[in-house]
Every structure is written in structure tokens, then in C-alpha cells.
Design a protein around this ligand. Structure first.
Ligand code: ADP
Ligand code: GLC
Length: 480
């Protein structure tokens, strides 16, 4: 029997994206059909995606909610069924989806995402235009209040809550309970109270029927003080309801054999053609070509999580030895400056582009020899998966999903030919430097490097296994 599922999320690729959350929500919207799950994605109609409203059908006029008129529109785009929350007073704005034009959080983010959870709960309980989900799947703090509002209004479809990143928890002053329409009875340790404030994620974690996170290692890490960021106790208490399900990537979008953003498509049998992409990347950044020198890359949000300050410390030694390096990313002003300075110090060897550019990300994944992901913590990480699919070897710290997806090229793994990249621990500049040295040494032996590339390209990075696990979780929750 088909399971009807409603995803409740603040981002969904390819429409609106700041990171991997969008990729995962978009991918689930597309792949679950093969597992007999019919998905719809409830998403705010931000100004950035206003064009999606053209030709969309109005399913619900919810009247005035959270300070203004709210409607829900339905449309289908890029193979995904969308339910768009049209609430101009909350979403029709300039700036970015979470940040205003000065780079600060929108002051009413609690209302903007409170409404998202409120509608998730409403549709989970009463359905919309005759369609009632069997299960509601809420993502991250922005959708965290979904099970809270559901409980408050007397229940509804069971709720799965996925933690993509516990660093973002949605914590707001207790005075906002009124504007959010939250019943103060829920302001307890067993509810949404979090150290005297309202915790969106905390409340969701207490009340969701099932919690998932995006890799098995992160699921374990989340229950420790080092990684739980204050929620380790809550998660340990709900351990029996916590599952780590590894993310995949959309292998149709990320296909080196058919990617339109590439200078030259290729496969594991035609790896030689990958070189044309390396040349295209070097040319894009105005760097000197040298076939003996590996090209390292980073495609990332520039935030403390990603450990890129360590890359700034470790890279100069590799660059002195001839390596090339390109970075595509944006975020912390300090890191942006640091990488710009690195490019100034090595003008022929380092290229830096500050910004977000989907096509360039694809070209870099194809053109680089190896990609660096030296994260301090990484719930799953998608860039290392994209890299492997493109025969670009990941150099990663041993944490979260990075630990679960990369097989280190140590002696044993090389001997049985199963290595897919390089790992280092602890997460320090010195250990990253050692890993860069190891990668350069292997790169010098092109035969071995090619073996690693083929292993990486063979590694399953799609959704097959995880989508089936997710479908099984939905099934287990659906009341018979
Ligand atoms: P996170 O969600 O923590 O940012 P992930 O590795 O899970 O990290 O996902 C990041 C996603 O965003 C990947 O699809 C990656 O290719 C993409 N990405 C990150 N930075 C950029 C950028 N500057 N330009 C284009 N794509 C980017
Ligand atoms: C978060 C995490 C990242 C994960 C992504 C998708 O942004 O930082 O590790 O891959 O969500 O789940």
C-alpha cells in the first residue's frame, strides 16, 4: 500500500538551497516514489522562488496566521510535488532565506518557521484538499515545532524528525510563546522548554514518534557532550527512537557521464577524459597547468564546522611542493579573507571564488584530483560523496558521515584494493598536512591513484539503501 508522506522543510533543491539539507529534502521528494511512498514537500514561498507560484493551485486559504494572510498553493516542479506556503508578510522579502540584507538572522525567524511547523501539524491532522498524509517528516529546527503543535491540537499523523545539524537548534525567548500560539502547558522539560527558553528542535525531539539523523556515526556522536551541543541528554533518553540513516546524493544530477556543466563527460572506463575538466578548472581560475601536480579543491560553506582554518594552515606546505588548490565557498568573513590572502601568496597555484555557484561546483568536482573536507563535525557531508562519484578522492577528518563513507588508503586497504580516499585524525592542521602528503605520494604513482579513483566511483553513493530504510520507518509508524 502506498504511504502518503509530507516533508516539512525550509529548503528544497533545486529550488532553494543553502546546504545539504536542501539536497536531501529534494532527493527524498524524488526517490521515495520507487519505494511506494508518495511525497509532498511543504515549503515557504520565499521571494527567491516566487516564480513557482505561477500557475499553482490554491488548496487552502488559512485566513490570518502569525500576523498576516496565509494560503497554501500546490504545484509540481522538477518531479517534486510542492505545497507552497504563501505568507507574504513572512517570506516575500529581499536578502537570504534565513538572513536579512545585513547578514543577520531575520528578527522574526521564530514566526517564519513557527508557521511552517504549524501548517505541517495542521495538514498532518486534517489533510489538505482531501489529501491526508500517513506520516509527516519534519527536517531540522525550522520544522521542529511540527510534533509540538500536533500534540497541542490533539494529534495527527505520526511524525519523523530528522536532525541534519544539531548546531542549529532554533532557541527563542520564552516571551515568544504567545506570538507562536504555544500552550504554556508544554513549557516543561518533557516539552519545548530548553534552559528557560523555547527550543524548536528540543521540543520536536521530545515529541517526534521517530528521530533520524544523517549517518550512523553522527547518531552515536549526538549522544555525547562533545557533539550533542547540549541536546546529548535528550537524545540519549530517546535512544531507542533514534536511527542513523546515511544520506545519499542524486546520482542523476551528479553523473560524470552526463553532466552538462562539465567540459568533458567521462566514466570510470574513460578516466583519461577527466583531465579536460582539470584544465578547464585551472583555466577558470587562471592557474598554471602542470600535469605532475595534483589539484586539491574545497566546495563548502565557510564556517567553523568545516575546519577550513586548518586547511589554511596545512595547504602552504603542499603548495610549495607544487600542488594546486581551488576553493568555491562563502560564509565567514575571516575565512574569506584568509583564502584570498592564500591566493595572493600563491597567485599561480591558488584560485578562490567567493560565492555560491552550482555549475562551477560540478566542474570543480570533475576537475579536481582530490577534495578536502577537514570538518570538526560533519553529520553526513555530501561533497565527499559527489567527489567519489566523480573519481575525485576525498581527504576527510574521521567524524560523522565522513567516517562512514570514506575508506582510508592505508597499507591494508591498498593491499586489498578497497581504498576510496584519505582519512586523518585527530582533526588538526598537522594531521591534515600529513594526509595531504600521503595523497601527493600516492598521486605520484598514477596507477595506484587510478585504482583508488575507480574504487571511489564504484562506491554506492545513491539513495537505494537509505530510501528503503526510510520507507520501512514510515511503514512501522503508520497505524493499521
Ligand atoms: P552542509 O549542508 O553542512 O553545508 P553538505 O556537504 O551536506 O554540507 O552539503 C553541501 C551542499 O552544498 C553540497 O551539495 C555542495 O556541493 C553545495 N555547496 C556548498 N557550497 C557551495 C558553493 N559555494 N557553491 C555551490 N554549491 C555549494
Ligand atoms: C547538514 C550537515 C551535513 C549534512 C546535511 C544534509 O547541513 O552539516 O553534514 O550532509 O545537513 O543532511
Amino acid at each position: 500500500m502506498t504511504t502518503k508522506q509530507l516533508s516539512v522543510a525550509s529548503e528544497c533543491a533545486p529550488f532553494v538551497k543553502t546546504g545539504g539539507l536542501a539536497d536531501v529534502v529534494g532527493a527524498l521528494g524524488g526517490v521515495m516514489g520507487a519505494h511506494d511512498v508518495e511525497c509532498r514537500v511543504l515549503l515557504p514561498l520565499y521571494r527567491q522562488i516566487a516564480q513557482l507560484a505561477e500557475g499553482a493551485e490554491e488548496l487552502l486559504d488559512a485566513g490570518s496566521l502569525f500576523g498576516g494572510p496565509v494560503r497554501v498553493l500546490a504545484t509540481r516542479a522538477s518531479g517534486i510535488d510542492l505545497l507552497l506556503i504563501d505568507a507574504p508578510h513572512l517570506y516575500d522579502r529581499p536578502g537570504q532565506i534565513y538572513l536579512n540584507e545585513n547578514g543577520l538572522d531575520w528578527a522574526d525567524n521564530h514566526l517564519r518557521f513557527g508557521l511552517l511547523g504549524w501548517l505541517g501539524a495542521e495538514i498532518g491532522r486534517n489533510g489538505i484538499a482531501g489529501w491526508t498524509p500517513d506520516v509527516v517528516h519534519a527536517h531540522d529546527w525550522q520544522a521542529g515545532l511540527t510534533p509540538v503543535y500536533a500534540q497541542q491540537s490533539g494529534g495527527g499523523a505520526p511524525c519523523v524528525l530528522t536532525i541534519h545539524n544539531v548546531a542549529f537548534q532554533g532557541i527563542f525567548p520564552a516571551t515568544q510563546m504567545g506570538p507562536l500560539g504555544l500552550d504554556p502547558k508544554g513549557f516543561t522539560q518533557d516539552g519545548f522548554e530548553y534552559f528557560g527558553q523555547v527550543g524548536f528542535l528540543k521540543g520536536g525531539l521530545m515529541l517526534a514518534d521517530q528521530i533520524t539523523t544523517v549517518s550512523p556515526t553522527y547518531a552515536r556522536e549526538l549522544m555525547t557532550p562533545e557533539f550533542g551541543m547540549g541536546l546529548e541528554g535528550v537524545l540519549a533518553a530517546r535512544k531507542s527512537r533514534l536511527a542513523g540513516i546515511l544520506n545519499g546524493i542524486d546520482t542523476a544530477t551528479w553523473d560524470p557521464g552526463a553532466d552538462p556543466a562539465l567540459a568533458q563527460t567521462y566514466s570510470s572506463r574513460t578516466l583519461g577524459r577527466k583531465a579536460a575538466n582539470k584544465l578547464a578548472v585551472l583555466e577558470h581560475f587562471g592557474l598554471e597547468a602542470d600535469s605532475a601536480a595534483p589539484l586539491f579543491s574545497v566546495i563548502s560553506r565557510l564556517s567553523d564546522q568545516k575546519g577550513l582554518d586548518l586547511a589554511l594552515l596545512a595547504l602552504p606546505a603542499a603548495l610549495e611542493k607544487g600542488a594546486r588548490f581551488v576553493l568555491l565557498g562563502s560564509g565567514s568573513a575571516e575565512l574569506e579573507l584568509g583564502f584570498r590572502e592564500l591566493a595572493r601568496a600563491f597567485p599561480d597555484r591558488v584560485g578562490v571564488e567567493i560565492g555560491f555557484d552550482e555549475d562551477l561546483a560540478h566542474l570543480i568536482q570533475a576537475g579536481a584530483d582530490a577534495t578536502l573536507v577537514p570538518s570538526r563535525f560533519e553529520p553526513c557531508g555530501l561533497t565527499q560523496l559527489c567527489a567519489m562519484r566523480y573519481g575525485t578522492l576525498p581527504i576527510v577528518s574521521v567524524t560523522g558521515g565522513l567516517a562512514d563513507t570514506v575508506i582510508d588508503a592505508n597499507e591494508a586497504a591498498l593491499a586489498v584494493n578497497c581504498a576510496t580516499g584519505f582519512q586523518f585524525a585527530p582533526t588538526s592542521a598537522a594531521k591534515l598536512g600529513d594526509a595531504l602528503d600521503r595523497a601527493m605520494a600516492v598521486y605520484a604513482d598514477r596507477k595506484v591513484w587510478q585504482k583508488l579513483q575507480r574504487n571511489a566511483m564504484k562506491h554506492p553513493v545513491g539513495w537505494d539503501v537509505s530510501a528503503a530504510r526510510m520507507a520501512a520507518i514510515y511503514q512501522s509508524l503508520v497505524k493499521v
